[in-house]
Design a protein around this ligand. Structure first.
Ligand SMILES: NC(=O)c1ccc[n+]([C@@H]2O[C@H](COP(=O)([O-])OP(=O)(O)OC[C@H]3O[C@@H](n4cnc5c(N)ncnc54)[C@H](O)[C@@H]3O)[C@@H](O)[C@H]2O)c1
Ligand SMILES: [Zn+2]
Ligand SMILES: [Zn+2]
Length: 419
């Protein structure tokens, strides 16, 4: 028997008139078209042929293909992706250096979209709902989902090595019958995708989808890592390692929390100008120092910062981020996704001296329960997301977003699926 997911408080959006999904404008390459014009009403229950950017091999440019997207099964939702952006986690798994290679695969996990159809047992979402897919889900039933402290759902927590849907261990994407792997249960580099309903947050339909897409991973992750996990007190000193979108969102959290000093650390000096817009007050480049950066920070701050947040994915930066916090009360939070072989090494005395080391996915936010309130922070102008969006490209030029990130240029590049 199919057990429906619990209905959450953000159900009030059910009452608002839904915006219909527009038709898929892609002209199929093949002669046999399964769905001639897949509109919201005509495509329900049918396979949708549409465009997707497929990674066939590690590190090779994505190829725009026509894929077939199967209808959603029990507790799944098929969504039309409107906007997606590139997060560094996509890049690591596409490069597959120090991560499990799984190809062919459709990457993408930071996105916004509109519900096209729902599978059996889905009562929380309706066709036309505005949604953000999230790489880590919330079943609402398990001990983690019931705990106020955890967002590590037993059923739907992040799993970077799974390439298929939970229901049947199969893919909903195929090309001429060949299955294409999913990524993080989201695979948003496709005009249509299928996700588990527990990995979707229903959002205020008035929120602009071309902007709030960046809240579906990086910005919420950085913000929550500071506000929910590091929890700096008013007047604290905070160090941020890595000044990409995640790190600068962590800096935004520090500013909101009333930090007195925000010290930004990055190897890329281009980041420093950008970081000034995010309230970062001082900058350090480890390459300019002749001793470990944690020693430099300890000297600048009379023994260490009160809080540090690591947003690089680099193991040495993780160790520095921990060792630069003040003894007695300092808290370090690891956010970056490391190479899977990386080992964290520090002297136990650093912990005994009453420093705390933490880590977090998605800033400890529960995606379905908490993400709508992050959207409201944006709608109420408490959180500015516009300044994180430094580039925009049409879907046909998605590889440009990869080039920009590889060069360390800009923060988030939003990909418009309709162009
Ligand atoms: N835990 C989570 O839930 C979660 C969610 C999203 C992203 N992430 C991870 O967060 C990290 C940041 O993501 P992003 O999209 O902002 O990436 P990004 O590439 O935009 O930014 C990373 C920054 O770190 C800097 N950097 C790299 N190595 C460094 C080092 N040794 N010392 C100082 N700076 C260094 C880079 O120059 C860059 O500016 C990635 O590892 C990503 O996988 C984690
Ligand atoms: Zn991400
Ligand atoms: Zn759960």
């Amino acid at each position: 028997m199919i057990k429906a997911l619990p209905v959450f408080h953000n159900n009030q959006y059910n009452k608002i008139i839904r915006q219909a999904t527009s038709s898929c404008e892609f002209s199929p390459r093949k002669t046999q078209t399964l769905v001639p014009e897949p509109t919201m009403s005509s495509s329900v229950g049918l396979i949708i042929p549409c465009k997707a950017a497929v990674a066939w091999e590690a590190g090779k440019p994505l190829v725009m293909e026509q894929v077939e997207v199967a209808p959603p099964q029990a507790l799944e939702v098929r969504i039309q992706i409107k906007y997606t952006s590139l997060c560094h986690t996509d890049l690591y798994f596409w490069e597959a250096k120090g991560q499990t290679p799984l190809f062919p695969r459709i990457f993408g996990h930071e996105a916004s979209g509109i519900v096209e159809s729902v599978g059996e047992g889905v009562n929380v979402f309706q066709v036309g709902d505005h949604v953000l897919p999230v790489f880590t889900g919330e079943c609402g039933e398990c001990r983690h989902c019931k705990s106020e402290e955890s967002n590590m759902c037993d059923l739907l927590r992040i799993n970077t090595d799974r390439g298929f849907m939970l229901n049947d261990g199969k893919s909903r994407f195929s090309i001429d019958g060949q299955p294409i792997h999913h990524f993080l249960g989201t695979s948003t580099f496709s005009e249509y995708t299928v996700v588990h309903s527990g990995s979707l947050a229903k959002i205020n339909p008035l929120a602009p989808l071309d902007k709030v897409c960046v809240l579906s991973c990086g910005i919420s992750t950085g913000l929550g890592s500071t506000l929910n996990v590091a929890k700096p007190k008013q007047g604290s000193t905070v160090a941020i390692f890595g000044l990409g979108a995640v790190g600068l969102a962590a800096a935004e959290g520090a500013r909101i929390a009333g930090a007195s000093r925000i010290i930004g650390i990055d190897l890329n000096p281009k980041r420093f100008d950008e970081a000034k817009k995010f309230g970062v007050t001082e900058f350090l480049n480890p390459k300019d120092q002749d001793r470990p950066i944690q020693e430099v920070i300890a000297e600048m701050t009379d023994g260490g910062v009160d809080r540090s947040i690591e947003c690089t994915g680099n193991i040495n930066a993780m160790i520095s981020a921990f060792e630069c916090v003040h003894d007695g009360w300092g808290v370090a939070v690891l956010v970056g996704v490391p190479n899977k072989e990386a080992v964290f090494m520090t002297k136990p005395i650093n912990l005994l001296s009453e420093r705390t080391l933490k880590g977090s996915f998605f800033g400890n936010y529960k995606p379905r329960t908490d993400l709508p309130s992050v959207i409201e922070m944006y709608m109420n102008k408490k959180l500015d997301v516009d300044k994180f969006i430094t580039h925009r490209v049409p879907f046909s030029e998605i590889n440009k977003a990869f080039d920009l990130m590889l060069k360390g240029e800009g923060l988030r590049c939003v990909i418009d699926m309709e162009k």
